[in-house]
Design a protein around this ligand. Sequence first.
Ligand SMILES: Nc1ncnc2c1ncn2[C@@H]1O[C@H](COP(=O)(O)OP(=O)(O)OP(=O)(O)O)[C@@H](O)[C@H]1O
Ligand SMILES: [Mg+2]
Length: 223
Amino acid sequence: MTIISFMTTKGGGGKTTSALLTATILAEQGARVCVFDADPNQPIVEWAETANKPEKLTVIGDVTEENIQELIETHEQTAQFVIIDLEGSANLTAAYAMAVSDAILVPLQGSKLDAKEAIKTISFIKRQEKNQRRILPTRVFWARMPPAYITKAARELAAQFEGAGIQFMNTRLIEREAFKGIVNFGQTLSTLTNADVPGLDKARENAMTFVAELIDLLKRDPT
Ligand SMILES: Nc1ncnc2c1ncn2[C@@H]1O[C@H](COP(=O)(O)OP(=O)(O)OP(=O)(O)O)[C@@H](O)[C@H]1O
Ligand SMILES: [Mg+2]
């Protein structure tokens, strides 16, 4: 079983969107995927209640610091991937999830995540690394980028992560209506239609490239 956590201390950073994209794509490719919704607001549980959910995707709600370790033990028997959507906070649930993750993905929004939040997220990762006495398999990625350029603010944020030795994924998730649409319309990228959102083909291609890079990364040692 492979465990992937989406973590940043910044609220609204793109965790849920990218976790859901990754989970639905993997499930539609035939993998048995289990999503842990560890956000008290339960956005993925809510999505799953009415969504056109892939058959191989299971959503586990109410994941907390009290039960996350036990839930992982239970689901590692059956799931090929456990995708954990964390709350935007440096809490114990995140620490437990990070401790067992094969990849920790940190979404970054160039204009929205201010320098203070970037420092908080980096410092949380570094504290977990000290605690576990190992380098964690972390990657930062741009989660909501304009298609054509990287802003000065974004370059400065990137420099902070790189300065802390945290690498970036090559693929950026672009700002797309289709990525919002999976939540708004209760769909996946393959069940959305051109009548629902513009730019669907480009969004699909972008998300597939992201997941392919992630799978490739997991085959190597992401630390
Ligand atoms: N690539 C994208 N294109 C368009 N909209 C996006 C993209 N990524 C995220 N968003 C939008 O940005 C908002 C915040 O994203 P999301 O809910 O995924 O962040 P989050 O980190 O899970 O937030 P929270 O900390 O509240 O859990 C949502 O409205 C979502 O639709
Ligand atoms: Mg969220």
